[in-house]
Design a protein around this ligand. Sequence first.
Ligand SMILES: [Zn+2]
Length: 282
Amino acid sequence: MEPPFAFTCPVCGNPLTRQGSSFTCPKGHAFDRAKSGYVNLLLPGSKHAKLPGDNRQMVSARRAFLEKGFYRPMADELSREVVSAFGAESREIHLLDAGCGEGYYTRILYDGLQKAGVDVSILGVDISKFAAEKAAKRFAEGEKASVAAASVFHLPVADGSCDGLTTLFAPFCREEFLRVLKPGGWMWEVIPGARHLWQLKAAIYDRPYLNEVQDYPVEGFSFVGSTPVEGKISLHGDEIEALFQMTPYYYKTSAEGQARAAALTELETETVFEILCYRKEG
Ligand SMILES: [Zn+2]
């Protein structure tokens, strides 16, 4: 029988088991489980601990924006693809959301699989403690979902333990993803298309630029296909600032550009995503 799908100790790599308010490994390394339910597996002093990710304000802005459903069509399409990959399976499916943020997509994926009758166990990992906390709160005691604050460059997950992995607007670590996936395991990556948020950029920049879309092939994976998800969203007031803050452009924009964004009261913009699907070779 396969071992339970659980986080592994960031010190020694052995599986962690929950005992009350902490997680411990057989060698005695212990990690506190926060009240909200997430476990902090970032080792103090490690280089990853210095990359705390999104702060509390950014996480809250992102949650507020996503909860309004602006990106829901993409989430639903992704969920459909994941369900169609695993819908016929009668065994427990192990899914990892690598860079899960505040858990919006994690929850939708979990619900989609459950509704399809799939026995799913899901682990979410995010470098931001604030994001991990919010993601953990999306799941109740007894649901087969756990969230850890950890780096996707050092995933606290056993080799070859995942049937599937999702990476949405998160750092991509090919070696780690190959390590944790089973042979033939599925990976879905969501990336912005060339014209994603074009009108937002046109409102901010003198010379807006198209997003560079990466090449599809990834070494060690076979490419299954790409699904575009295009739409238009109408934003008002704070929603515009919230969206702007969620983008990488925010940090590359001059004070003048930031002032232009802050002055916008209404904006209609294209959203263009690509859902890329891969399977681990071998
Ligand atoms: Zn240990």
